[in-house]
Design a protein around this ligand. Structure first.
Ligand code: HEM
Length: 471
């Protein structure tokens, strides 16, 4: 309440340069709805549960996406699901939603096993090898999006092609971030070096999308995946392109970032990894004869089928879609990782009309900033908030769906890929950990709050084989 203290005005540039600690301190100090002056227009940080609910859920129609965050992103994605609102958004969401059904999730699980294989191969290249998991996971998650949503080998077409596409996404997002955080950037169209990078990376993304559309049009059946639904929906080529780029961007870096941070947390918490191992052994079998609950004999690679010398940990088979619901500890690891490192660390809206949020009147045009990073660190919602504590989630009936938990947003604009991301994360983690543990190489990297939360300098982790299960 009352005028903003002068030192907050002076601190405003920190929103752009040092966003996470700034937002955290601000919410902790000034409460649930904090006004900011930003570029001469009213802006607020909304962090109280009632305010978050009001903006994302109860009065969601009163807010639009005309914000710096989304107009910058639209330079790359165009008018896709993430950046549009109103009728266009509603029609496109209706067109795309059916592709995120159960069959797709089973497909996601199968492709996630292959994605995990890419990381395992990197570790297996030499004993004790330290791998930048952030780098490999970016390609691995792109593989999953490509195969499951578009039936396309975005990475398998050749590592070089995968790198090129990942590189283009990165370059494009970096430019987006520069534009979003430097209001004095030249307007679109002025041929600065940054604008040229944007043009170049957009061209790579456009090419990849056009190739996917061409190859699908050459087939007789459009198919039931996203690409098929988009082509059958009557959208223009431009609209299809925008949704494809949106899904490539929204669907891979977020999952990669979340897995990267979660693996780091696990590397720091061997006691949690031990619980994951126990759960995986119970579900997949531990390689000892008859240990697999589905009756498969102990036939783990390198195991001792029928022998008496004990099993090789790691189970008798790969993780499947049916296993996901039987792995509550792995699921809790995913939920807790997303709580502490929510890749989408900021969500913004523009008030379309006057509103009252948590008792504070907001004039039409106000920029509303919500931050899952800050919200997930509220001590009133999360006791001992910075502790990595998977027990917060165990015993919860509907894992990961509780008030105050907004890694995927909330309300009608809830992430369309939430179940996709959870299935992928559970399967990748289970596949990576079933026969090994992870170990940190160096201190936990700093967080770069870019379009997603990135580890400064990468995420370097080693893997060690688990000890054999005693007979
Ligand atoms: C929307 C986070 C994975 C596609 C969102 C939003 C958040 C989010 C917070 C809401 C943004 C807002 O309200 O302004 C995440 C996180 C992910 C993830 C943390 C992984 C851990 C995915 C995946 C896909 C995807 C795998 C697709 C395959 C989308 C799309 C939207 C969206 C299309 C816009 C939905 C709409 O407004 O209708 N995501 N996401 N996301 N996400 Fe995700």
């Amino acid at each position: 309440d009352g005028p903003l203290p002068w030192h907050m005005v002076a601190a405003v540039p920190r929103i752009l340069s040092d966003a996470l600690p700034f937002l955290e301190e601000t919410a902790a100090r000034y409460g649930d709805v904090v006004p900011f002056p930003m570029n001469g227009r009213p802006a607020v940080l909304v962090d109280g549960p009632a305010g978050v609910r009001r903006v994302l859920q109860d009065n969601h129609r009163g807010y639009g996406k005309e914000t710096i965050q989304y107009t910058s992103l639209a330079l790359v994605t165009g008018a896709g699901l993430l950046t549009t609102d109103g009728e266009v958004w509603r029609a496109h969401r209706r067109a795309v939603q059916p592709a995120f059904h159960r069959d797709t999730l089973a497909h996601v699980a199968a492709e996630s096993v292959r994605a995990a294989g890419l990381v395992r191969e990197e570790w297996d290249a030499a004993p004790g090898r330290v791998v930048d998991v952030d780098d490999v996971l970016m390609r691995a998650t792109l593989h999953v999006v490509g195969r499951t949503l578009f039936g396309a080998d975005l990475v398998d077409g050749g590592a070089a092609e995968g790198h090129r596409l990942v590189g283009a996404v990165h370059e494009a997002l970096e430019v987006v971030m520069r534009r979003a955080t430097r209001p004095w950037t030249a307007p679109p169209g002025v041929p600065t070096p940054t604008a040229r990078r944007l043009t170049r990376s957009r061209a790579t993304l456009d090419e990849a999308c056009a190739a996917m559309v061409r190859s699908r049009r050459a087939q007789r059946e459009p198919g039931h995946d996203v690409l098929g639904l988009l082509l059958a929906s009557g959208m223009t080529d431009g609209e299809v392109r925008d949704e494809l780029v949106t899904l490539v961007i929204a669907g891979h870096e977020t999952v990669a970032a979340s897995l990267t941070w979660t693996l780091r947390l696990l590397a720091e918490h061997p006691e949690v990894v031990a619980r994951v191992h126990a759960e995986l052994d119970a579900v997949l079998g531990d390689g000892t004869p008859g240990s697999a609950p589905d009756g498969t004999p102990g036939s783990a690679p390198g195991g001792t089928p029928g022998g008496t010398s004990g099993g090789t940990p790691g189970g008798t088979r790969s993780v499947t879609w049916q296993d996901v619901a039987r792995l509550p500890v792995v699921r809790a690891v995913v939920d807790e990782g997303l709580r502490l490192y929510p890749p989408a660390w900021v969500i913004t809206r523009r008030a379309l009309a006057d509103d009252v949020v948590d008792g504070v009147p907001l004039p039409a045009g106000t920029l509303v900033i919500l931050s899952p990073w800050v919200h997930h660190r509220r001590a009133d919602l999360w006791p001992d908030p910075t502790r990595f504590d998977v027990d917060r989630w165990l015993g919860e009936p509907a894992g990961g769906r509780r008030e105050g938990y907004i890694p995927f947003g909330a309300g009608p604009r809830l992430c369309i890929g939430r179940d996709f991301a959870v299935v992928e994360s559970v399967v990748v983690l289970a596949e990576l950990l079933r026969d090994r543990t992870v170990a940190p190489a160096g201190p936990r990297p700093g967080v770069v709050a870019s379009v997603t939360l990135r580890p400064r300098g990468g995420m370097h982790l080693a893997a060690r084989p688990r000890r054999p299960v005693p007979p």
